[in-house]
Every structure is written in structure tokens, then in C-alpha cells.
Design a protein. Structure first.
Length: 140
């Protein structure tokens, strides 16, 4: 498992995405592979939502990644301290809107996703991404 807290800023979200790609590579899911790109995009969208919609001044967001070898999947969890829930993915953004499509991407890319309560204020948005071509074995 990988867990790290980041500042609730665009820079923090960017660092979360980069460290996720690095961790996946260490786990044998190489940079630039379809599986890595999928998980990294999910991390990017959930981290961006935590920064844009879940930000509470002075509080960080947390990224957790879990590799499940038996199921060939990665679970992405992003926790923030804002008590509000994200908009359901089935609510479509207006065509002229500049945002509002992040959870639609998560829904399209992930095998499953949802929102869970967390200890303390806030919520955890999670997604599970299948790694169809991930070799079974031990992480490097």
C-alpha cells in the first residue's frame, strides 16, 4: 500500500499524480502502459476534485493506492476534509461548461467507484481499476 498526504493545491494534485505513476512502476505497472495511464488519470481526476471541491483551508488531502495481486486491480482512494459529497457522475455537465466531467471519466475508466465516510470530517472517494495485463508476481 502507498499512502501520502498532499497540500490541497494544484501543485499537490500534480505531485499526487506523479507519485502514483512512480509507485505503479515500482509495483511492475510500467510508465506509459495502458494500465498505468488509466490509474494515473483516475488519480488526477480525484485529486483535482479534492483540490477544487473538497478543499478546506489549512487541511491536506490524502491519496492511498492498494495493489491487489489476486484480483489484478489497483484501488485508488482520495480523502479530503470537506463534508460535501461529490456530484453523481450521471449528472451531465452543460456542453459549454469548462468542468464537471471528472467523475464521468472516473466512471468510464474504473471497474467500480464510490464515496465512503471517513473518520473525522470529510469523505473518501475511491475507484478500483482493473489491470488486465498485469503480471502476477511480487512488486519490485
Amino acid at each position: 500500500m502507498f499512502a501520502q498526504r498532499f497540500s490541497a493545491t494544484r501543485r499537490g494534485a500534480r505531485l499526487a499524480r506523479r507519485l502514483a505513476a512512480h509507485r505503479l512502476d515500482l509495483w511492475g505497472v510500467p510508465y506509459g502502459s495502458t494500465a498505468s495511464d488509466t490509474v494515473v488519470l483516475v488519480v488526477a481526476e480525484l485529486a483535482a476534485n479534492a483540490v477544487l471541491h473538497g478543499r478546506v483551508p489549512g487541511r491536506d488531502f490524502e491519496l492511498r493506492l492498494r495493489l491487489d495481486h489476486a484480483r489484478g486491480a489497483v484501488r485508488v482512494e482520495v480523502a479530503d476534509t470537506h463534508p460535501g459529497r461529490p456530484e453523481p457522475a450521471h449528472q451531465r455537465a452543460a456542453a459549454e461548461a469548462e468542468g464537471g466531467r471528472g467523475l464521468l471519466l472516473v466512471e468510464a475508466l474504473a471497474a467500480r467507484w464510490g464515496v465512503a465516510e471517513r473518520t473525522g470530517p470529510g469523505k473518501t472517494v475511491w475507484a478500483e481499476c482493473a489491470l488486465p495485463h498485469h503480471r502476477q508476481g511480487h512488486p519490485r
